[in-house]
Design a protein around this ligand. Structure first.
Ligand code: GMT
Length: 377
C-alpha cells in the first residue's frame, strides 16, 4: 500500500506513535510518505520505503496567522497525485483531520478517491478539541473520516460523550518495540548502589503535574536513598528546578532535557512516575514498562488500561501524593518485590508489541481500500 502519514513531528506521544507506525509499515514493505512541517524526531530515512515531504508555510506579513491547514491540504493533494498515494492516515484531529478532509474534497473533484483514517490521541479530544472554538470542526472532520481509531477505550468513551459522533471508533492501543530489560552499565554514573533510580519522562506541560512528581520523589527520599531522572522539556520544568533548589535536593535530581538516551536511562530505573491530570493512554508509562520499570501513576483516562494495579505498579487518585509515596515505597523497599514488579511490567508490555498492534492498522487500511473499490467516482 502507498500510505501518507500526517502528524506533529515533535517529541509528543502522537508524533512518536505516528512515526513508529510509519517505520514499521515501511519495514513490512508498504510505501510510507510522511507529510509534516519538520522531519519527525524519530525518523531515519534509511529505508527506501520511507519518504518525507515538508510542508512549507510561506510567511506573509498580511496574515496575522499563517494558514498552515491550507499549505498542508495542498501538499497532500500534490503528493497524492505525484506518488499515487492510496490512503491518508492523520494523527491528531486538529487541524490534520480537517486539512485531510479538504484534500479529499479537492482530489474528488479531479476523480481521485483518497480514503482517510483519523487517529485520536487524547489532547486533541479532551483538552483542546472540546473547546467551543474548535468543537464543530473537530466533530465534522471526525465524522468525515473513512475510519476513526482511538488509543484507548477510555478515549473512545470520552469522544462519544464530548462530541456528536456518528462513526464507529476502533480502539488500537499505543505499541512498543520489544526491548530487553537488562540493565546497562551506566547505572553507576547516575546513582550509588544504595540509591533507587526514579524516572519521569514528559513534555513538562501542566497536565503532567510536574509538582506532584517532585513531591512524590521528596516523600520517597525521606524514607529511602534515591535519585530522580527528569527527562524532557517544557513549561513546568523551571518549577521542578525551583522546588529541588528550595528543598536542597538539587544534587538528587538530574534534568536531561529532550534526551536521545531515554531507553538507556529507563533500563537502569527502578520506578517510573506518571501522576498526570489526564492521559489518554500514557505511552511514556508503556515505554518504561518495556524497559522493565514498574509504574506509579494516577488512575485517570486510559492509564489503567496500561498500568495494572498491584501487578505492573500502582494507581492512585490524581494528586494523592501520600498514596503515591506509599505505593512507591511498597515497590522499592525490598529487592525481591522490586524484581517481581519489574518482571511483571516487562511481561505486560509485550501485550502491546508492534507485532500485535501494527496488523490492526493494516486491517483497517485494507477494509477501507476495499470499500473504496466499490465506490464509483
Ligand atoms: O501527552 C502529551 O502531552 C502529548 C500527547 C500528544 O498528543 O502527542 O500525548 C497523547 O497521545 C499519546 C499517544 O497516543 C498518549 O500516549 C498520551 O497519553 C496522550 N496524552 C494525553 O492524553 C495527555
Amino acid at each position: 500500500m502507498k500510505i501518507a502519514i500526517v502528524c506533529y513531528p515533535t517529541f509528543g506521544g502522537s508524533g512518536v506513535v505516528a512515526t513508529e507506525l510509519g517505520i514499521e509499515l515501511a519495514k513490512k514493505g508498504h510505501e510510507v510518505h510522511f507529510i509534516t512541517y519538520k522531519m519527525p524526531v524519530r525518523l531515519a530515512l534509511l529505508n527506501p520505503n520511507i519518504h518525507y515531504h515538508e510542508v512549507i508555510v510561506p510567511e506573509y506579513p498580511l496574515f496575522h496567522y499563517q494558514p498552515y491547514e491550507l499549505a498542508l491540504s495542498s501538499k497532500i493533494v500534490d503528493m497524492v497525485k505525484l506518488h499515487g498515494i492510496e490512503l491518508l492516515h492523520v494523527h491528531y484531529a486538529i487541524p490534520h483531520a480537517f486539512a485531510g478532509y479538504m484534500a479529499k474534497k479537492m482530489l474528488k473533484e479531479q476523480g481521485i478517491s483518497l480514503p482517510m483514517v483519523t487517529t485520536l490521541h487524547g489532547t486533541d479530544i479532551t483538552l483542546v478539541g472540546n473547546h467551543p472554538y474548535y468543537k464543530s470542526a473537530v466533530s465534522f472532520s471526525i465524522n468525515q473520516s473513512d475510519a476513526v481509531t482511538s488509543v484507548s477505550e477510555d478515549l473512545k468513551k470520552s469522544t462519544y460523550e464530548l462530541f456528536d459522533i456518528a462513526k464507529d471508533i476502533y480502539v488500537i492501543p499505543n505499541f512498543i518495540e520489544n526491548k530487553s530489560h537488562t540493565p546497562e552499565s551506566c547505572r553507576q554514573v547516575l546513582a550509588t548502589k544504595e540509591e533507587r533510580i526514579i524516572t519521569h519522562v514528559s513534555n513538562f506541560r501542566k497536565v503532567k503535574r510536574i509538582e506532584d512528581v517532585m513531591k512524590v520523589f521528596k516523600g520517597i527520599l525521606e524514607q529511602q536513598p534515591a535519585k530522580l531522572m527528569m527527562i524532557g522539556d517544557g513549561p513546568d520544568k523551571i518549577k521542578a528546578e525551583q522546588m529541588a533548589a528550595n528543598w536542597n535536593i538539587s544534587e538528587k535530581v538530574i534534568f536531561f532535557g529532550n534526551s536521545n538516551e531515554v531507553d538507556r536511562i529507563l533500563k537502569v530505573s527502578d520506578l517510573f512516575l506518571l501522576p498526570s491530570e489526564t492521559e489518554s493512554f500514557g505511552l511514556a508509562a508503556l515505554e518504561a514498562m518495556a524497559c522493565g520499570v514498574p509504574v506509579v501513576s494516577s488512575n485517570t483516562g486510559g492509564i489503567p488500561e496500561v498500568n495494572i494495579h498491584g501487578l505492573t505498579g500502582y494507581l492512585s487518585p490524581i494528586g494523592d501524593i501520600e498514596d503515591m509515596v506509599k505505593n512507591s515505597l511498597l515497590i522499592l523497599s525490598d529487592t525481591a518485590t522490586l524484581e517481581k514488579f519489574k518482571t511483571n511490567a516487562w511481561k505486560h508490555s509485550l501485550k502491546f508489541s508492534v507485532e500485535k498492534i501494527i496488523p490492526l492498522y493494516e486491517r483497517i487500511y485494507t477494509d477501507i481500500l476495499s470499500k473504496r473499490k466499490n465506490i464509483a467516482y
